[in-house]
Design a protein around this ligand. Sequence first.
Ligand code: C5P
Length: 228
Amino acid sequence: LSDKILALIPAAGSGTRYSKIKNKLFEKIKKIPVIIRSLITVSSVSLINEIIICAAPEIISHIENLIFEYKIKKVKKIVSGGKTRQESVFNGLLYIKGIGGCDFVVVHDGARPLVTTEILQKAIITAKDKGSCVIGMPVKDTIKKINPKTGMIIETPERNLLWNIQTPQVFRFKELLDAHELLQKETFTDDSALLENLGHSIFTGMGSYKNIKITSEEDLKIAEIFLD
Ligand code: C5P
């Protein structure tokens, strides 16, 4: 029997870092909204059976309209997001639990519209083989740890050990759900970190320097250039 693989798309960001009024997910890159670009690629992956989106309640109907307009397939449900990304993912996982769970969950940011079918496939195949796969790329800059109070450098980790972590991140559903349930009270900025905290061995795979997260205005321009 083949694995049941669901994609979970956190898309409940307030977008406050981007703009107070506009939501970056609805901004268009070469005529297609960011969230729709993400969904088109995720839905194109044959290994993914269904998609669950986490969105702020006030934008759910807008996303529903776009899904209809662009004829996006496989979207099973749009659940309400939470105050943090972690809470949004947890809400999505609880919904999946309610419908009987699945074997693997592919978490992919709604705000990463330039992900490719190949990256998603590679992440899923690696996770099926090794149990997990987190996509990222080696850093290009030297990274330093800074004391936020004094602005002084604490240390310089060896660059060739450092990666920028992206999504997709693929995990066994039960393991990720258990980690979210156990660590609800602590804060993590990606899903991998919860599992790492519990001592799981997490595998990585190379993504692409083009798989950027749309966070600020200039990211939209960069994305447009990457699509040329
Ligand atoms: O804001 P951040 O860079 O963490 O956003 C990464 C992804 O998580 C985005 O797709 C965003 O919509 C989503 N997110 C969410 N719920 C939040 C905050 C962010 O689903 N409360």
